[in-house]
Ligand binder design. Structure first.
Ligand code: NDP
Length: 320
């Protein structure tokens, strides 16, 4: 027989958003269940140094921070499930979700914190040098390149914002784009072009991230001109890939409204279009994408859950 778990608060995802929601939910006496998903701990478990999460004077490690958050959530009463949801039915109450081993979760409220994954180029050297010069987050890692030469790859808002941000640390920033026009907003483009410390390389695709030195780190990027096919090499200390993100929302396609795959929530809240279903963190945020903002949104979601449960008339909703 397959197990069934009933809960007042089911949380999907165990990054900073999910675990913050769990901490607040547990302390409110809601005994939340956290379904941890494919990557327990989320994106921070694949980063190393974290220097911008408030509360720590010294650099901390991403995986350690997530272990602490999980331990804190468990300590106050959240239950962790090492499971992956494969089916969601939001048309009945309680909501019914099924894990990949067949476990059924019946939930009065659902908080979706499934996060997003940075898109990578998939070229040689990228994976090997990730964390050793190659990064997908300038806000997280830019600080480590003070006074060094950096490049940003991409042509959207994120790439241009990251290039501008990196000028706070570096006097030598290069944006590399595969075409000859950017898709970023005009105002950002104007700022980019007006900045004396940013140059743009047009029509260039990355062929390879090149490592060197001891300990090994990124030393340059091999490029191919997308128009002429000509090869070139750009020396650099840091390579920031900014070609977009994949929010993990496949489970909710056709069930909840989205914008470019990101779950839509009512402004200033974590409420989705279905009462009792909430979203927090990168799954609903294509702009800030920080651990601390995700944690803040997780807290908001737990407070929204509490309010919803206090006011909800489940009998009336079931009869709808
Ligand atoms: P986008 O999808 O807007 O842009 C991705 C960029 O990466 C494009 O220029 C694209 O090139 C390039 N790219 C994609 N794949 C590759 C590849 N394999 N090789 C080389 N280049 C590649 O992603 P963003 O993260 O910039 O933005 C996502 C959404 O978030 C957008 O709606 C954006 O407006 C929004 N956003 C808003 C912000 C704000 O309002 N402040 C800040 C950040 C994001 P090409 O142009 O040729 O397709």
């Amino acid at each position: 027989m397959t197990a069934t778990h009933s809960t007042r608060m089911l949380i999907l995802g165990s990054g900073p958003a999910g675990l913050s929601a769990a901490i607040y939910g547990a302390r409110a006496g809601l005994a939340p269940i956290v379904v941890q998903g494919m990557q327990p701990g989320g994106q921070l478990t694949i980063t190393t140094d974290v220097e911008n999460y408030p509360g720590f004077k010294d650099v901390i490690q991403g995986p350690w921070l997530m272990e602490q958050m999980q331990a804190q959530a468990e300590h106050v009463g959240a239950q962790m499930m090492y499971d992956q949801i494969v089916d969601v039915d939001l048309s009945q109450r309680p909501f019914r979700l099924t894990g990949d081993g067949g476990i059924v979760y019946l939930a009065d409220t659902l908080v979706i914190c499934t996060g997003a994954q940075a898109k990578w180029l998939g070229v040689e050297g990228e994976e090997h040098l990730a964390g050793k010069g190659v990064s997908a987050c300038a806000t997280c890692d830019g600080f480590f390149y003070r006074g060094k030469k950096v490049v940003v790859i991409g042509g959207g808002n994120t790439a241009v914002e990251e290039a501008l941000y990196l000028t706070n640390h570096s006097h030598d920033v290069t944006l590399i784009h595969r075409r000859d026009t950017l898709r970023a907003e005009k105002i950002l483009q104007e700022r980019l072009h007006a900045h004396p410390n940013i140059k743009v390389l047009w029509n260039k695709a990355v062929d390879k991230f090149v490592g060197g030195g001891t300990p090994e780190g990124l030393v340059g990027i091999d490029l191919i001109d997308t128009v002429t096919g000509e090869k070139s090499h750009e020396p650099t200390d840091g390579g920031f890939v900014a070609i977009g993100h994949h929010p993990a929302t496949e489970l909710f396609t056709g069930k909840l409204p989205m914008d470019e795959g990101y779950l839509l929530v009512e402004k200033g809240t974590s409420r989705t279009s279905i009462p009792g279903v909430f979203a927090a963190g990168d799954v609903t945020d294509k702009i800030y994408r920080q651990a601390v903002t995700a944690a803040g949104m997780g807290c908001m979601a737990a407070l929204d859950v509490e309010k919803f449960l206090a006011e909800a008339d489940f009998e009336a909703m079931a009869a709808e």
